[in-house]
Design a protein around this ligand. Structure first.
Ligand SMILES: *[C@@H]1O[C@H](CO)[C@@H](O)[C@H](O)[C@H]1NC(C)=O
Ligand SMILES: *[C@@H]1O[C@H](CO)[C@@H](O)[C@H](O)[C@H]1NC(C)=O
Ligand SMILES: *[C@@H]1O[C@H](CO)[C@@H](O)[C@H](O)[C@H]1NC(C)=O
Ligand SMILES: *[C@@H]1O[C@H](CO)[C@@H](O)[C@H](O)[C@H]1NC(C)=O
Ligand SMILES: *[C@@H]1O[C@H](CO)[C@@H](O)[C@H](O)[C@H]1NC(C)=O
Ligand SMILES: *[C@@H]1O[C@H](CO)[C@@H](O)[C@H](O)[C@H]1NC(C)=O
Ligand SMILES: *[C@@H]1O[C@H](CO)[C@@H](O)[C@H](O)[C@H]1NC(C)=O
Ligand SMILES: *[C@@H]1O[C@H](CO)[C@@H](O)[C@H](O)[C@H]1NC(C)=O
Ligand SMILES: *[C@@H]1O[C@H](CO)[C@@H](O)[C@H](O)[C@H]1NC(C)=O
Ligand SMILES: *[C@@H]1O[C@H](CO)[C@@H](O)[C@H](O)[C@H]1NC(C)=O
Ligand SMILES: *[C@@H]1O[C@H](CO)[C@@H](O)[C@H](O)[C@H]1NC(C)=O
Ligand SMILES: *[C@@H]1O[C@H](CO)[C@@H](O)[C@H](O)[C@H]1NC(C)=O
Ligand SMILES: [Cu+2]
Length: 566
């Protein structure tokens, strides 16, 4: 070690409800989130919806790397809700992670839960969102993590920053929509619009007055922190006449990519530099779906306006931008393959080279047989989804508690390392695994294991690009491709030098994705597709990373209060 030795400084404080808490140097912030109904008017109609503090998108959390935030979540709504800090590692502390009945039961109406968010390795943009039913449609907001005090961005400090949250707008009540779909077995209703910072934009009726505007000065460079909080669609996004330079993703830095558009999946964030170097005028920034699938999707376009300050005659309408068409998988792939970690001295990568735990996971949309063709899915069956042919059944007691307290009957530690059998997953699949098995199966992983997961997309049910999200970890995307994964040839194409480090990444439609990470964060961590209807249908599992041999490699004990399970 020698000169590499570093001195950790610790700050200890006493919290009334939690006892003594010590953490690495950094500031401690407190936020109060009030879950409450509020009325919003969009697309010519008004509805009441669940929000945090009456805002859509919700409040931003702003910290520096190394800080700790305590959020007291007060549920003034009508039903139980949980909140997740998406992409935050939460070292040894799954207790504050949030997914419903995975790490906690819902916060009952009229009660509060104090959650602790520890910012350690993340730097850039993340977000928080509800993680119960479909409440994340309206309950979400940005998390901005500035470099630690005394350090800087690995690019020129921008003149100003702005957050761009892409989201879905449903005229109906989102809870009713998913409940209706789960009751009938059919597809949930599509959204009616996408929004940029809460506004659909003037390409939709009744939305022109409130279209979001980003004001810029000629010659200046802006950092846009783009978050895809959309429910069921991956998105193309761009700004007319302006090139984008992507410099970060999921709170890790990238080698800069100059491009006219990005493709961003639900769950991902991208930090983008834009220089106001065009003729002073008004320009559209727009988002439209990337939907390489036969499944129904919202095929509309949300727009905001990039507007130069100064004296000039405003155009009759902003300059328009042509994004790739909705099913252009080559445009999506062309962008995606360019993503590479910065991999600098200040921001090094640590890609496992020798793997000691391998998983091969098929990702499928399926059916559950319904007698008398009584369900609303294909052939009168119920729509479902699976990983390795197991459609995840959400338990009624959270898996974290069941694991910690050794409660029997909540889950089985039998999630398999591979699918039940191999076939041409991306060809004419016939009835192979069309009808999925059901279960609450988790994968146990030893502390410190070097893990490789191959996600294999399938043509079962309906092929689609699935953005797989891992709680508790970022992972390196070492490879991807179309068709069936080839165990001989495909590993030779891996990028083991500067693969992107992310928490969510799309498995190409009828293709595969290879990821690697070191399992050095003990806990109970949800893994799922971030298309919300697939999560609801069971395209989920849980990685339980066991404790290591030392106190510092063990899960923390639970806080004094967790919401009860009924
Ligand atoms: C939310 O509202 C509560 C009560 O009005 C307030 O105390 C709190 O500071 C607000 N939180 C945020 C993040 O704005
Ligand atoms: C929303 O509007 C309805 C109808 O006008 C009203 O009854 C209700 O109190 C409003 N809700 C809130 C939270 O303001
Ligand atoms: C879903 O859409 C159908 C058809 O437009 C409509 O009848 C139904 O009320 C919608 N459901 C919800 C919960 O909004
Ligand atoms: C806007 O309203 C007009 C007239 O009712 C209709 O023809 C058009 O399809 C609507 N556009 C959108 C995007 O809803
Ligand atoms: C939008 O603007 C029109 C006229 O420009 C006005 O009649 C209408 O009331 C405005 N709507 C809102 C919601 O402000
Ligand atoms: C934006 O680019 C288009 C085509 O490239 C061009 O026709 C248009 O004039 C440009 N807009 C402005 C305001 O320069
Ligand atoms: C989606 O919208 C585009 C542009 O309006 C149209 O060309 C395309 O046919 C639509 N696709 C579907 C599947 O509705
Ligand atoms: C993708 O990239 C290839 C090679 O660079 C190019 O030939 C092709 O036109 C691109 N396709 C799209 C849709 O951008
Ligand atoms: C666990 O597996 C056993 C044996 O297959 C089964 O009976 C039980 O229902 C399973 N429990 C859960 C929670 O999946
Ligand atoms: C799988 O099916 C596809 C589409 O029919 C076909 O192109 C491909 O050759 C098949 N692969 C194998 C290994 O049979
Ligand atoms: C799939 O199974 C259904 C129901 O058993 C049967 O009617 C259908 O013919 C099968 N399709 C294929 C392609 O084997
Ligand atoms: C989660 O568990 C609670 C009981 O604690 C139950 O009421 C709720 O339905 C469960 N959620 C899901 C999605 O199963
Ligand atoms: Cu999916």
């Amino acid at each position: 070690m020698g000169s590499q030795e570093s001195i950790m400084m610790f700050l200890c404080l006493v919290l009334v409800s939690r006892g003594l808490v010590c953490m690495a140097q950094g500031k401690v912030y407190y936020y109060d989130f009030v879950l409450e109904e509020a009325n919003f008017t969009r697309l010519c109609s008004t509805k009441s919806m669940l929000t945090v503090n009456g805002s859509f998108p919700g409040p931003e959390i702003r910290v520096h790397r190394g800080d700790t935030v305590f959020v007291n979540v007060h549920n003034h709504g009508e039903y139980g809700v949980t909140i997740h800090w998406h992409g935050v590692r939460e070292p040894r502390n799954p207790w504050s992670d949030g997914p419903e009945n995975i790490t906690q039961c819902p916060i009952p109406p009229g009660t509060s839960l104090l959650q602790e968010i520890d910012f350690t390795t993340e730097e850039g943009t993340l977000w928080w969102h509800a993680h119960s039913d479909w409440s994340r449609a309206t309950v979400h907001g940005a998390i901005i993590i500035f470099p630690a005090i005394g350090t800087s961005y690995p690019y020129t400090w921008p003149h100003a920053e702005d957050t761009i949250v892409l989201a879905s707008w449903f005229k109906g009540d989102v809870m009713a929509i998913i409940n209706e779909a789960l009751a009938s077995g059919g597809d949930p209703n599509k959204s009616d619009a996408f929004t940029i910072n809460g506004q659909p934009g003037d390409l939709y009726n009744c939305s022109s007055n409130s279209t979001y505007r980003l004001m810029v000065d000629y010659g200046k460079t802006y950092l846009l922190r783009i978050i895809n909080a959309v429910m069921n669609e991956e998105m193309f996004f761009g700004i007319a006449n302006h090139s984008l330079t992507v410099v970060g993703m999921d709170a890790a830095y990238l080698k800069p990519i100059k491009t006219s558009y990005i493709m961003i999946t639900p769950g991902q964030t991208m930090d983008v530099l834009v220089t106001a170097d065009q003729a002073p005028s008004h320009y559209y920034m727009a988002g439209s779906p990337f939907a390489d699938t036969m499944a129904p999707f919202d095929n509309t376009t949300t727009a905001a306006i990039l507007q130069y300050r100064g004296n000039y005659t405003p155009p009759t309408s902003p300059s328009f931008l042509a994004l790739p068409v909705y099913n252009d998988k080559y445009a999506a792939m062309n962008f995606t393959v360019r993503l590479r970690s910065l991999a600098s001295r200040a921001h090094p990568v640590n890609i496992p080279k020798i793997i000691n735990k391998r998983l091969f996971i098929t990702v499928s949309v399926n059916m559950i047989f319904c007698p008398n063709e009584s369900c609303a899915g294909p052939d009168g069956n119920r729509l479902a989804a699976s990983l390795n042919n197991i459609s995840f059944q959400t338990p009624k007691i959270d898996i974290l508690q069941a694991y910690y307290r050794s409660l029997p009957g909540v889950y089985n530690a039998t999630f398999p390392d591979k699918p039940p059998y191999f076939f041409n997953f991306t060809g004419d699949v016939g009835n192979n695994t069309l009808y999925t098995g059901l279960g609450t199966k988790v994968k146990m992983i030893n502390y410190g294991a070097a893990v490789e997961i191959i996600f294999q997309g399938t043509n079962v049910g309906a092929a689609e690009n699935h953005p797989m999200h891992q709680h508790g970890y970022s992972f390196y995307v070492v490879g991807m491709g179309w068709g069936n994964f080839d165990h001989e040839t495909d590993p030779k194409t891996y990028n083991l030098v500067d693969p992107p480090e992310v928490n969510t990444f799309g498995v190409p439609t009828n293709g595969w994705l290879a990821i690697r990470f070191i399992a050095d964060n003990p806990g109970v961590w949800f893994q799922h597709c971030h298309l919300e209807r697939h999560t609801s249908w069971g395209m989920d599992t849980v990685l339980v990373v066991k404790n290591g041999n030392t106190a510092a490699t063990c899960m923390r004990p639970p806080p004094h209060y967790m919401p009860p399970c009924h």
